[in-house]
Design a protein around this ligand. Structure first.
Ligand code: NAD
Length: 375
């Protein structure tokens, strides 16, 4: 029996409910897909509130060390306080491991409720640059000594006059950061038979950050196509606010959305809504060496411990991990079981409340239903 080590972070809030429902599904899929010749060996990693309680820090060194060694992990959501307190550990993980590509597939599964007429035509991937933009976390709170120094500097050196009660944030987007991201996505598009990339930006207003992102993306595309004889991929661009309307009215026109960090964050949730919502939205954070797989959603604290949320976002993220480490058959087994389960009208509250006449099952019941329907 081959043991496959998979490091995992349970996460905060609903993370535990989701983990409890998903664990056995993932284990069964590997055992069944490989006829008892392979088995998952989970490697428990501390992060978030669990880590704070047990080790006094949100992200212990051992966790970082194990991820660096094994080179991949799956994680549940981690809570970040609003308007103060500690920095996001989700963002920190992406930055410390330089996971510069965030990949979020948005694909319809038959039977999922949707607010649009033809959800079966939705097949989009949101690519979000994952290390730059406002997520660098360079900010100064209003009415502090530091912000006063910055405001004085802006006034004296650049004749920019800001009121002293302003908070200030910095939005860096670099040529290098953009180019490596766009190159990665172009390679992905070619190897995965995708046909069109749409750059989503607000370059009319943020000319030297998102406008530059757009210009550099086109430059990379031109260079890429020169070296890629016979390869067909189209690129266009769209201003972000228009994108939100177009993606709801005409989602079938879009294939890959190429976004700076913040646009990609917003758009991921919006696109997820087209095919059932955050409960079914998986994701991967990928760098040159390491990849961490995680749902798009957060820790949804108001549902924590109630055993009602949808574990599919986590299960699908694990499917992406399975594919990444060569366990494609286990991934396919799970996908088939999901289709069967959903088509029988078995779903958690988030999907049931958007459907007609369906009684929701609990998070754990949904997990068991998947195992029962696994071929
Ligand atoms: P959230 O994604 O946790 O929840 C928003 C809404 O999405 C919920 O009210 C619920 O309706 C729905 N939802 C989320 N997960 C679901 C699931 N598994 N099944 C069904 N429905 C689900 O966003 P929030 O409430 O804005 O943020 C809560 C916390 O999560 C914050 O601390 C935030 O910083 C953090 N967060 C973490 C991550 C991450 O870990 N990568 C991502 C986003 C937000």
């Amino acid at each position: 029996m081959e043991k496959i080590k998979i490091p995992y972070i349970i996460g905060d809030g609903t993370g535990k409910d989701i983990w409890n429902a998903s664990r056995e599904v993932l284990e069964e899929a590997v055992i069944r897909a490989y006829n008892h010749e392979k088995e998952i060996e989970w490697v428990y990693l501390l992060a978030g509130q669990n880590a704070l309680e047990q080790k006094g820090v949100l992200l212990p060194d051992e966790t970082l060390h194990t991820i660096r060694e094994i080179k991949f992990a799956i994680k549940g959501p981690l809570t970040t306080p609003v308007g103060g307190g500690f920095r996001s550990m989700n963002v920190y993980l992406r930055q410390i491991f330089d996971l510069y590509v965030c990949l979020r597939p948005i694909k319809y599964i038959k039977g999922l409720p949707s607010p649009i007429k033809n959800p079966e035509r939705v097949n989009i991937i949101v690519f979000r640059e994952n290390t730059e933009d406002v997520y660098k976390g360079i900010e100064w709170a209003a009415e502090t000594e530091d912000v006063r120094k910055l405001i004085d500097f802006l006034k004296e050196s650049m004749e920019i006059d800001l009121p002293y009660d302003s908070g200030i944030g910095i939005k860096p987007i670099s040529r290098k950061g953009t180019e490596r991201f766009v190159n990665w996505v172009l390679n992905y598009a070619i190897t995965h038979g995708r046909k069109k990339i749409t750059i989503v930006h607000k370059g009319n207003i943020m000319k030297y950050t998102e406008g530059a992102f757009r210009a550099w993306a086109y430059e990379v595309y031109e260079r890429f196509m020169k070296d890629s004889a016979g390869k067909e991929i189209m690129v266009n661009d769209i201003i972000a606010d228009n994108m939100f309307m177009q993606i709801i009215l005409r989602p079938e026109e879009y294939d890959i959305l190429l976004c700076p960090n913040l646009n990609g964050d917003y758009l991921s949730d919006c696109c997820a809504a087209l095919v059932g919502g955050l409960g079914v939205a998986p994701g991967a954070n990928i760098g040159d060496e390491i990849a961490i797989f995680e749902p798009t959603h957060g820790s949804a604290p108001k549902y924590a411990g109630k055993d009602i949320v949808n574990p599919l976002s986590f299960i699908f993220s694990a499917c992406m991990l399975f594919e990444h480490i060569g366990l494609k058959e286990a991934k396919e087994l799970i996908e088939k079981a999901v289709e069967k389960t959903i088509s029988e009208g078995i779903m958690t509250y988030d999907l049931a409340r958007l459907s007609h006449g369906i009684q929701p099952v609990k998070c754990s019941e949904f997990g068991r239903a998947l195992i029962e329907r696994m071929g």
